[in-house]
Design a protein around this ligand. Structure first.
Ligand code: AGP
Length: 614
C-alpha cells in the first residue's frame, strides 16, 4: 500500500521523511522516493525501485538536504515499479513536485490534452499527469494554491496528493479526494508534519488533524489552514493520539479487524494496481506464469480453500465460468484431500488462502500436484508456503491481515479471481478486446464504491444496536450472492458467537423457513440482478412468518422500502462484482454487534488466525 510523509520546519527533512516511510513499510510497496526543496532554492529528488533500503543506499551516496520535503512508498498502479515511475514526480519545467496515493481514472484524456500542448512526459504514471496539469495552471498565471485547486477540479477517481512549488518555498499543499487513504497533519512546535498513516509521524507529535474527503490543507512551518476544494475555510478537530508504538499500528481503530475493514478501499486499489494498464485496457498477472500451451491444456479448475477463503472461491466459480468459460468445482480443503478427485494434467488446482499456511488447503494442493495437477495460488502472506510452492500465484497485496476474522483478504481474493478469469478468458478467446476494456473499467470503480459504503458506518452501528441481543440470524442470497450470505453468517458467528446460518434463498421452503419467527432476524441480499424478483418473493415469505428482514439493496431501489424492515443501500456494481460491495455492510454489522456484546473481535475464542494443523 502506498505511503506518504511530508515535513516543513527547522530540522533536516530527508531524515524525518525517510524514518517516517520506514514505519509504513509493513503496508507493502515496490518503490520509494524523497524530494526536498534545497537551501539554494532548487528541488532535488532521490527515488528507486525496490525496498526503502535501496533508497537509503542512494541517499548515503548522494545525500539530500533541505527543510521542506515529501516522500512516498509506491504500490505500482500505472506503469511498472521502476525508478522512472517512482514518486515524487516533477513537472516538465520543474516547478511542481508531487506524490499521490490512489488512482486517477481520467488520466489518459488529460495526458493526451497536455501532450497536444507540447508537454513531454517522463513516466507512465497518472501521478505525473497531475503534476504536469498543476504546472499548466501555474503557467497560466494561477498562484500555487489556486493552481492545485484547478487541478483537483479536473481529477476523477480516489486520490490523496501532496505538492510543493518552486516559487513557494514555504508551502506544502495536500488534498484528499475519495477513499484512497487518509492524510494526517501533525502539529509540531514551529514545524509541521503530514502522513498517510499516523505511525509515520507519531514520534514527533501526537496532535493531529485528519482531512476529510473533499478537503485540502495549505501548510506552512508555523501552521496550516483547511479548506474545501474551492477555498472555503473548513472547521477541523485536533485529535490527541494516545498510542504506544504497538497500538500505533492499529491507527485510530479499536481493533485490527476494524482497521482492516476500513482499509479495503485501499487494499482493493493495491491488488488492482500494477496489474491493470488503464490506458491499454490490459491485465497482467506475470507471477501466474500462464503460457498459451498451459492455458490450452487446462480444461477444469478445482478451487480448494477453507472458511472465508472457501466462500471467496464460491464467488470465483461464477467469475471464471462466466468470463473464461472454464468449469470450476469449489471444494473444502479438508474434504478434497480425503476423497478421490479426478485429477490429471488437464486440471488446475487453485488454492485461495490469506495465510498461505492453512494445513488443509496446503495438503489438498500437494496431493493434487502428485496426481499431475497444475497448482495455482491466490495468497496474501508474502513468502508463505502456498506462495513458494505454487506453479503460479497472485499476491493479494492486501497488506498484513491481523484480525482472526478475514475481511480484506476476502474482497481482494474475489477481485484477483476476477482478474484471473479475464486473463484466462482473453487467452482462451472468450474475452474480446472490447469486453476486456469493460472489465477493466468495472474493476476500476470498485475501490471507490467500497469506500462509499465504508463512509456510512454510523448506519451500521445503529442497526447493530437493534440486533445485538439476537440468539440466531439467517442470511439468505441467490446466485453469486449466495456465498455473500454464507460469508456474512460466518463473520457474525465467529466474532459475536451468535448462531448464524447462510442459505440459498430458494432453499427456504425446503426446511429453514420453519425457523422464522419474530426472534429471527433475516439478512437478505436483494441487490439488482436477474434474481431480484425472486429475492423480493423470499423477503415477502419471511415477513409473512413474522420475520424481521434486513435487506442489502441497490441505491435508488424504492420498492424494497415497502418489503423489508430495514434497508442498507449499496452502490450498483456490475453483478459479477456485487459480492465485493455487498459484503461490506455484513462485515461492519458483525463487527459492531460483536463489540456491543463485548467480544474480543481480534482474537475470538477457540480460533486462530492461521489453522496450520488439521
Ligand atoms: C475467516 O474469517 C476465518 N478466520 C477462517 O475461516 C479463515 O478464512 C480460514 O481459516 C482460511 O484461512 P486462510 O485464508 O489463511 O487459508
Amino acid at each position: 500500500m502506498c505511503g506518504i510523509v511530508g515535513y516543513i520546519g527547522e530540522r533536516e527533512a530527508p531524515e524525518i521523511i525517510y524514518g517516517g516511510l520506514s514505519k509504513l513499510e509493513y503496508r507493502g510497496y515496490d518503490s520509494a522516493g524523497i524530494a526536498v526543496l534545497q537551501d539554494d532554492g532548487s528541488f532535488d529528488v532521490r527515488r528507486d525501485a525496490g525496498k526503502l533500503s535501496q533508497l537509503g543506499k542512494l541517499l548515503a551516496v548522494e545525500p539530500l538536504q533541505g527543510k521542506m520535503g515529501i516522500g512516498h512508498t509506491r504500490w505500482a498502479t500505472h506503469g511498472q515499479p521502476n525508478q522512472t515511475n517512482a514518486h515524487p514526480h516533477k513537472s516538465m519545467r520543474g516547478r511542481i513536485v508531487l506524490v499521490q496515493n490512489g488512482i486517477m481514472e481520467n488520466f489518459a484524456d488529460i495526458k493526451a490534452e497536455l501532450q497536444a500542448e507540447g508537454v513531454v512526459f517522463a513516466s507512465d504514471t497518472d501521478t505525473e499527469v497531475i503534476a504536469q496539469l498543476a504546472e499548466k495552471y501555474l503557467e497560466a498565471g494561477y498562484p500555487f494554491v489556486e493552481a492545485i485547486r484547478q487541478t483537483l477540479g479536473r481529477l476523477r477517481g480516489a486520490n490523496a496528493i501532496v505538492a510543493m512549488n518552486l516559487d513557494q518555498p514555504d508551502t506544502l499543499v495536500c488534498a484528499r479526494l475519495g477513499n484512497a487513504g487518509g492524510v494526517a497533519l501533525g502539529i509540531g512546535e514551529d514545524e509541521m508534519f503530514l502522513a498517510s498513516d499516523i505511525p509515520a509521524i507519531l514520534e514527533y507529535t501526537n496532535q493531529m488533524v485528519f482531512l476529510e474527503n473533499g478537503q485540502m490543507a495549505v501548510i506552512h512551518q508555523s501552521g496550516f489552514e483547511v479548506t474545501d476544494l474551492v477555498g472555503n475555510a473548513q472547521a477541523y478537530e485536533v485529535s490527541e493520539i494516545p498510542w504506544d508504538p504497538i497500538a500505533a499500528v492499529k491507527g485510530e481503530y479499536d481493533f485490527f479487524m476494524q482497521k482492516e475493514i476500513f482499509e479495503q478501499a485501499r487494499s482493493l486499489l493495491n491488488t488492482i494496481g500494477g496489474r491493470i494498464d488503464f490506458e491499454q485496457h490490459t491485465i497482467d498477472l506475470p507471477t501466474m506464469n500462464l503460457t498459451p500451451e498451459l492455458v490450452d491444456r487446462i480444461k477444469k479448475i478445482y478451487t480448494v480453500a477453507c472458511g472465508t477463503s472457501y466462500y471467496s472461491g464460491l464467488v470465483g466459480k461464477f467469475l471464471i465460468e462466466s468470463i473464461a468459460r472454464l468449469p470450476v468445482e469449489v471444494e473444502y480443503g479438508s474434504e478434497f484431500r480425503y476423497y478421490d478427485p479426478i485429477i490429471d494434467e488437464s486440471v488446475a488446482v487453485l488454492s485461495l488462502t490469506q495465510s498461505g499456511e492453512t494445513a488443509d488447503t496446503l495438503a489438498a494442493s500437494e496431493q493434487a500436484r502428485e496426481d499431475g495437477a497444475t497448482i495455482w495460488s491466490i495468497v496474501n502472506a508474502i513468502g508463505s508456503q502456498s506462495m513458494r510452492t505454487a506453479d503460479g500465484y497472485i499476491a493479494m497485496q492486501a497488506g498484513p491481515e491481523i484480525g482472526v476474522a478475514s475481511t480484506k483478504a476476502y474482497t481482494t481474493s474475489i477481485i484477483d479471481q476476477y482478474m484471473l478469469a479475464c486473463v484466462l478468458g482473453y487467452m482462451r478467446g472468450t474475452v474480446s478486446d472490447e469486453q476486456m476494456a469493460q472489465h477493466v473499467q468495472d474493476l476500476a470503480r470498485v475501490p471507490d464504491m467500497v469506500g462509499r459504503v465504508l463512509d456510512r458506518d454510523e448506519e451500521f452501528q445503529e442497526l447493530a444496536q437493534m440486533f445485538a441481543d439476537a440468539n440466531d440470524f439467517l442470511f439468505i442470497g441467490r446466485g453469486i450472492n449466495y456465498p455473500t450470505a454464507l460469508e456474512g453468517a460466518l463473520k457474525l458467528k465467529e466474532i459475536s458467537y451468535i448462531h448464524a446460518e447462510g442459505y440459498p434463498a430458494g432453499e427456504m421452503k425446503h426446511g429453514p423457513i420453519a425457523l422464522i419467527d419474530e426472534t429471527m432476524p433475516v439478512v437478505a441480499m436483494v441487490t439488482k440482478d436477474h434474481l431480484y424478483e425472486k429475492m423480493i418473493s423470499q423477503v415477502q415469505q419471511a415477513k409473512a412468518r413474522g420475520g424481521t428482514v434486513i435487506a442489502i439493496a441497490t441505491e435508488g431501489d424504492e420498492r424494497i422500502q415497502a418489503e423489508a424492515d430495514h434497508v442498507i443501500y449499496v452502490p450498483e456494481a456490475t453483478p459479477l462484482l456485487a459480492p465485493v460491495v455487498n459484503v461490506i455492510p455484513l462485515q461492519l454489522l458483525s463487527y459492531h454487534i460483536a463489540t456491543i456484546r463485548g467480544c474480543d473481535v481480534d482474537q475470538p475464542r477457540n480460533l486462530a488466525k492461521s489453522v496450520t494443523v488439521e
